[in-house]
Design a protein around this ligand. Structure first.
Ligand SMILES: [Zn+2]
Ligand SMILES: [Zn+2]
Length: 267
């Protein structure tokens, strides 16, 4: 495929992704940006596992909720590839072909439909990153701790008292542990997560931090933080019946894998 045709097809593909997010998404078309692959991965959220549409570009990873498969997405998230660290994970019960995506503000598990797909995603992400490095970009080094999913702990991971309707779960933003309110009274600024906001941390992290800094002045902000238990504003999404395999750019041919183009709306 000649350069001009590739350029045209590539920008059409990117335009299609951009359009699928509607007006709430940001502009994705940009010179030199290439869409490398797209597919559906299960994202392990705090509350539940949800299929999300993922798009890998040569410089960013974009994902969003699926409203209408392949055509309509929302809640667009964009992560620059230099801010991502991927970590391969073993299969666990009920969660297969998974890996960890670490970013400065958030870390989460995703899982692919098969071991092959997982391998393809990991390799493509790493290849894009190494190309960025050759372009002189630097990979980040501060990554957020992985949040322990709510259902993973019945008891506060610091004082071991049982969670209940009155003893609610909170996440320590530093170590990611699920802790009760009495074990997480302190609030501190964690720069790589948020520049100014004081975030909840657990008693152990606070003790360690105070020891390191030799003071404990930075604590007890009155600022209220949302309770983990009430965050559940995910909207109803289309139930996904069948698996659609991920599509990848064939870098030698410049062509795209099968069934990328959405079917016409009217049939
Ligand atoms: Zn506790
Ligand atoms: Zn902690």
């Amino acid at each position: 495929m000649d350069k001009l045709t590739f350029k045209k097809e590539n920008s059409e593909r990117i335009q299609m992704v951009e359009n699928s997010f509607g007006p709430s998404g940001v502009r994705l078309c940009k010179p030199d940006r290439i869409l490398i692959g797209e597919g559906r991965l299960i994202k392990q959220g705090r509350k539940k596992q949800q299929p999300k549409a993922f798009f890998l570009f040569n410089d960013i990873l974009v994902y969003g909720s699926i409203i209408l498969n392949g055509r309509w997405h929302k809640k667009q998230k964009i992560i620059p590839l230099e801010d991502i660290m991927v970590e391969d994970m073993e299969d666990s019960e009920g969660f297969m072909h998974q890996w960890l995506i670490r970013t400065p503000s958030k870390s989460f598990f995703v899982s692919a439909f098969s071991a092959d797909e997982k391998q393809a995603w990991l390799e493509h992400i790493k290849e894009c990153q190494s190309n960025l490095l050759q372009d002189g970009r630097r990979l980040g080094s501060n990554f957020a701790m992985t949040w322990i999913p709510d259902r993973a702990a019945e008891k506060c991971m610091r004082c071991f008292s049982k969670f209940s309707a009155t003893k609610r779960r909170h996440h320590c933003r530093k170590c990611g542990f699920l802790v009760c309110n009495s074990c997480s009274k302190e609030r501190v600024v964690i720069h790589h997560i948020h520049r100014t906001k004081r975030l909840r941390i657990c008693s152990l992290c606070h003790t360690e931090r105070s020891r390191q800094r030799g003071n404990s002045a930075e604590s007890n902000s009155s600022e209220e933080e949302e309770e983990v238990n009430v965050i559940n504003n995910e909207e109803e999404e289309e139930e996904l019946q069948s698996h659609t395999p991920s599509n990848w750019l064939d870098s030698r041919m410049g062509s795209w894998g099968h069934n990328f183009s959405p079917e016409p709306m009217h049939q």
